[in-house]
Design a binder for this molecule. Structure first.
Ligand code: PMP
Length: 378
């Protein structure tokens, strides 16, 4: 039996997504910009997917732009907003625990002369709206804070942050990377104060290579790509119809099952926590303000990569910190005040709707066994 517990790194495409992609590749192969019927029907498929996404985010379809993924959506949000607002100010705030696709885009902007301020969490590892608002001044043009952290599941209070930074300076744009929150927690964009929001297909059971950026009506950002003017010129490039259709199908399914899946994740994480208590080598922090589909734990005395490969022998797949920070020290755990040794021993377990309690039982047994046998080998 394969036990795939790395769903925050990526997911297996659901059947609905695969069927939609195959249909689009074989039947709806037209270019959405073509003026003939083949173009029109391909365009229609894209619009159906856009509407499914809009329904899941409670926004208008016209506020959504398909991208190649969340890396592109995050780059577009930061660099596009900075470029469009460069005459108003030069300061950008980002949380210290953002994904590299936000932090590296911010670093790029810093080299272009923007001022980047990284907002750390409070002593207790929690982010407050106040810690962002107090750094906002007349020069601030953009604030970016993710909805759920991809390494630990920490929830940031994005709506409160959006409201309080705008109370201080109404011209500030607020962006959130909602990749790990989308279809795991309810998101209602209407009236939220969020101007820009990024999502990714492959974290929600659609294929890799597709994502979307929400741009609130009336907000202007500069494009990153210049070309044929597709998607209103905001994101040029022929739309990848099969990927978009698959994304739409996966989102529709995910939206229908949102509350069921949320309850499932809460049960699984409570079960994992309970079972982990019986293994003295496992350390798990108390998890207030954490999304239940991502669990971070450390195994005393065993480096996470060693444990990851030990588990792999039994067909159990987990992640050491985040899959995106391959081998590098985690900036997230560092910002959250986790000591170096514990950070090196941290595993990330992330669930899907198909994860069962038996899988968690097996995981915990194997970790306990591994903790004993690997320690004996040292
Ligand atoms: N943001 C977060 C929080 C993520 O977890 C990821 C994927 N690791 C990304 C952005 C990048 O998404 P994509 O792989 O679609 O570029």
């Amino acid at each position: 039996m394969e036990i795939y517990l790395d769903n925050s790194a990526t997911t297996k495409s659901c059947k609905e997504a695969v069927d939609a992609a195959v249909w689009a590749m074989q039947e709806e192969y037209g270019n959405p910009s073509s003026l003939h019927r083949r173009g029109f029907t391909a365009q229609k498929l894209c619009e159906e997917a856009r509407s499914a996404l809009a329904a899941a985010l409670s926004c208008a379809p016209s506020e959504l732009y398909f991208t190649s993924g969340a890396t592109e959506a995050n780059n577009m949000a930061l660099i596009g907003a900075a470029e469009a607002r460069k005459r108003r100010g030069k300061t950008i705030l980002v949380s210290a625990v953002e994904h590299p696709s936000v932090l590296e885009a911010a670093l790029f902007l810093e080299k272009q002369g923007y001022r980047i301020k990284k907002i750390p969490p409070a002593e207790d590892g929690i982010f407050t709206a106040e810690s962002f608002a107090k750094e906002v001044d007349g020069d601030t043009i953009l604030v970016s804070a993710m909805a759920v952290n991809n390494e630990t599941g920490l929830i940031l209070p994005v709506k409160e942050i959006a409201k309080s930074v705008k109370a201080k300076n109404p011209d500030v744009l607020f962006h959130t990377d909602a990749v790990q929150a989308f279809l795991k927690r309810p998101i209602r964009l209407k009236g939220s104060g969020i101007d820009l929001l990024s999502v990714s297909g492959h974290k929600v059971y659609a294929p890799k290579g597709v994502g979307a950026l929400y741009i609130k009506k009336g907000v202007r950002i500069a494009p990153l790509l210049y070309g044929g003017g597709q998607q209103g010129g905001v994101r040029s490039g022929t739309e990848p119809v099969p990927l978009i259709a698959a994304f739409g199908a996966a989102v529709q399914k995910g939206k229908q099952r949102l509350s069921e899946n949320m309850a499932h994740y809460a049960q699984l994480s409570a079960f994992l926590e309970e079972r982990a208590k019986a293994v003295p080598q496992i350390r798990m922090e108390k998890r207030p303000q954490h999304a239940p589909h991502i669990v971070s734990l450390s195994v005393y005395g065993i480096r996470s990569e060693t444990m990851l490969h030990y588990l792999e022998q039994f067909g159990i797949y987990v992640s050491s910190g985040s899959a995106c920070s391959k081998g590098k020290r985690s900036h997230v755990l560092e910002a959250l005040g986790v000591d170096r040794m514990t950070a090196d021993e941290t595993l990330r377990i992330s669930f899907s709707p198909d994860t069962t309690q038996e899988m968690i039982e097996e995981l915990i047994c194997r970790i306990a066994e591994g903790a004993r046998s690997l320690a004996a080998q040292r």
